[in-house]
Every structure is written in C-alpha cells, then in structure tokens.
Design a protein around this ligand. Structure first.
Ligand code: HEM
Length: 402
C-alpha cells in the first residue's frame, strides 16, 4: 500500500487511515470492517493506495454512483494498472460509446435467454450438490461457490464439459489471486482461453451468449476483434468472483440461521423474495470513478481528476437508507433496483438477471437436496476485502442422510 500526500483541497477532518483492500478486521467480518466508516462524514479521503475519496454514507454512495455525466468509468480501479491492462467493454467506457457497446450486451442477456438457461444452471447446481451430500462436511468456497459460476459461464458460452478443468485453474486465479500471476499475466491467460471461442463465434455464430452479442451491431457496424476480446473478457471477469462471493454469503447466512433454512424449505414460494433480500444484505462489490469536473457534495469539493471509491455495503447497510439494514427480512418487499448490490445508473450490472436466477436456483436446489447445514465450530470462517470482497473459507457440516 502506498501512502500519499494529502492534496490541499482535502479538509484534514476528512482524512482516514483506511485501506480498502484490507479494512481493519476484514478477515473475520467484511461488513463490520466497512461499517466503521458509517460513523464519520459522508465522504472521506483515504491516504492509502495513492490517495482517493471513499463514499461513506448511503445517499452519497448512491448519488455519486449514478452520476455518469461528471464521474468517468474509464479508469476502472484503485488497483494500480488494472484498468489500463483490462480495458473492459462496456465497463470502462462512458457516454455514447458506452451505450453503443452496452445495447448489444443487454440484448444478449434478455430475460428469455436467462429463462432458457435455467435447466443447465439447475443441472450444474444439482451435480455439485450430489458430489457433496454424502461427505458430511465441506469447505464451501472452494468446493462449491467458486465452481458453480464457472460451470454456468461455460454453459453460457457453450463450452464442452471436458474443458472445465482448464478454466477452473484460471478461475482460481481470477477469484482468489495468490500473487503468482501479474494483472497482465491474468489478462493474457483469460484471452488465450477465450480467443478460440470468440473467433469461432464471430465466423459461425451459434446460440450461445457470445454469438448473440457479437451478432448485434455496435451502432451500425460489426464488432472489431479488439472490441470482441475486451467485451468477452469483461463477461468472464464480471461473472465469476461476484457470483462466487454472493453464493458464499448466502450459504453462510443459511448456516448461521437454521430457522431461515426451515422457513424457506417449508415455503419455497418465498425463495425469490429471499434471494432479493439476501443480495441486498450481503453486498461486496465496490467500484471506482474518476471525476471529470469538480463535484460539490457533502460540504467538500471532489476535484476533476480525483479518484472516488464507492462501496455498495455503505449504501445497503446504512440505517438512513434502509430500516434496520442488518436484519434479514424476507418480507421487506424491496425491488432489486432499490439497493446497489448490482450497481445503479448506466453501468448497472448487465448480468443482474442471470445472477438473481443463479441465487434463486442455488437456494431451491440446496435446500431441497441437502440436510440442515451448520458451521464447523473447529474451523474459522474467513473473509477478504478487495473490489469484490468475499468469504475465503466457510467450513460447513451436516448429518449425512441415512
Ligand atoms: C451477484 C453477482 C454480481 C454482482 C454482485 C455484480 C455486480 C456488478 C456491479 C456493482 C456492476 C456495476 C459496475 C459499475 O457501476 O462500475 C456490475 C456491472 C457489470 N457486470 Fe455484474 N455483478 C454480478 C454478476 C454478473 C454476471 C453473472 C455477469 C456476466 C456474466 C456480470 C457482468 C457485468 C458487466 C459486463 C458489467 C458492466 C456493465 C456496464 O458497464 O454497463 N455481472 N456488476
């Protein structure tokens, strides 16, 4: 972590010692670690990681996140070098260019395609559950949460099942980088993996996600090879660790709340509402923006060029935005666009419908196929911070059915 000089436009009372990649106590509780910022002003300046603002109150986070006119998405991340290397489409584009790229991607994720995907998501979920059921215990993150979204991604792009181990290895680096690969190396490995599929889909389109998107024009022309690579890279990186993190949080909630396991088993009809509420309660994605003009907010000036970090956790768990936000209430009746787990405004997640379906499917199949789960008291739950926070270890146990 690099500690930066404090710029003269930053009031000293806004300065905090807070490393977004390693908030204090994150290893045991990501949410509690972030919530310490809710006690202070709505916008703070962190001296860590080169120096940047952090939206630290729900209304500020949401307002800045939706302000695509004054805050640019091109930079991507506080992580040095990540944005320059990845060049994601549509994530790292603004204004008219963003719209031109996003439209075809949104068409590829249309609701009817998500519905058509349900049988393969169900099959992938059941297959993993069948492999665990008789074991009596598992480390849920590595044995389930990280594998399911990979298998679903492979179904999305119509990749043969034999190819799974190769992407699995890459997926481990994507979701849980151990430092053995540089950002450049990671990008290259993802590109090498994806390229044969992209090339084939550009020449002979099929019914898969890549084919559908690449068959749609960017404004009135076809995708260039470079754009196609950047878009497919965005889909791969966008849909793996985010979903793995969410499924992990949902499983952790179930393990800590046996009454909710029973409630949902007895009332499967409320599972979609439960999925929405769990997704609100356990948000772990944060995004970065670059101010393109000066922005006055919360009594301070964000100067053009400043970097701003926006964590959804500080919107969804702020009591001034949601009533008793830490409580999980399946009858809250909030629409998914009220919270910021999937973002807000022009860049709101294109995979939101797919992610929601995956969480619903996980809840349905897990509760129908597994006995009651609980945490293994002998092994700790572990979490990590980052642009996508997540559990890194969830030790589960259960009685093996006779
Ligand atoms: C629970 C799982 C997920 C979470 C929490 C999540 C979260 C987010 C968030 C917060 C954004 C907004 C980024 C911003 O404003 O800069 C976003 C955008 C995006 N997500 Fe997701 N996401 C999830 C699943 C997925 C899936 C399954 C895919 C695709 C397979 C996906 C692909 C994308 C893409 C391509 C964007 C960029 C959209 C744009 O810039 O217009 N995400 N996601």
């Amino acid at each position: 972590m690099s500690v930066a000089e404090i710029p003269s436009h930053v009031p000293v009372e806004r300065v905090v010692d807070f490393d977004i990649f390693n908030p204090p106590g994150v290893e045991s509780d990501y949410f509690a670690a972030w919530k310490t910022l809710l006690d202070g002003p709505g916008l703070v300046w962190s001296t860590a990681n080169g120096g940047h603002w952090i939206g630290a109150r729900g209304d500020v986070v949401r307002q800045l996140w939706a302000d695509a006119d004054r805050l640019s998405s091109e930079c991507l991340a506080v992580t040095p070098g990540l944005g320059e290397v990845m060049q994601f489409i549509p994530l790292q584009s603004d204004g008219a260019a963003h719209k031109a790229y996003r439209n075809p991607v949104m068409k590829g994720f249309a609701a009817r395609f998500i519905t058509a995907l349900e049988p393969s998501v169900k099959a992938a979920t059941r297959e993993l559950i069948a492999g665990l059921r008789e074991k009596g215990s598992c480390e849920f993150v590595s044995q389930f949460a990280e594998i399911l979204p990979l298998n679903i991604f492979l179904s999305l792009i119509d990749v043969p099942l034999e190819d799974r181990p190769r992407l699995r290895e890459l997926g481990v680096q994507l979701t849980r980088p151990d430092g053995s690969m540089t950002v450049e190396g990671l990008k290259q490995a993802a590109d090498d993996y994806l390229w044969p599929f992209i090339e084939k889909r550009m020449q002979e389109p099929g019914n898969d996600l890549f084919s559908r998107i690449l068959a749609e024009p960017v404004r009135d022309r076809t995708w260039t090879v470079d754009e196609a690579r950047r878009m497919c890279r965005n889909l791969l990186f966008g849909g793996l660790d985010t979903v793995a993190a969410m499924i992990g949080m949902v499983a952790l909630h179930l393990a800590r709340n046996p009454e909710d396991q029973r409630l949902l088993r007895e009332n499967p009809g409320i599972i979609p509402a439960a999925a929405d509420e769990l997704m609100r309660r356990y948000p772990t994605v944060a995004v970065s923006r670059n101010a393109v003009v000066d922005v006055e907010i919360d009594g301070v000036t964000i100067q053009a060029g400043d970097l701003i970090y926006l964590p959804s956790v500080l919107h969804n768990l702020d009591p001034t935005c949601f009533d008793t936000p830490d409580a999980v209430r399946f009858d809250r009746g909030l629409t998914p666009v009220r919270h910021t787990t999937m973002g807000v405004g022009e860049h709101r997640c294109v995979g939101a419908g797919l992610a929601r379906m995956e969480v619903i499917m996980f809840l349905r199949e897990w509760l129908a196929g597994m006995p009651d789960i609980r945490l293994d008291p002998a092994r700790p739950v572990r979490m990590k911070g980052g642009n996508v926070g997540a559990c890194t270890a969830i030790p589960l146990m259960w009685e093996v059915p006779a």
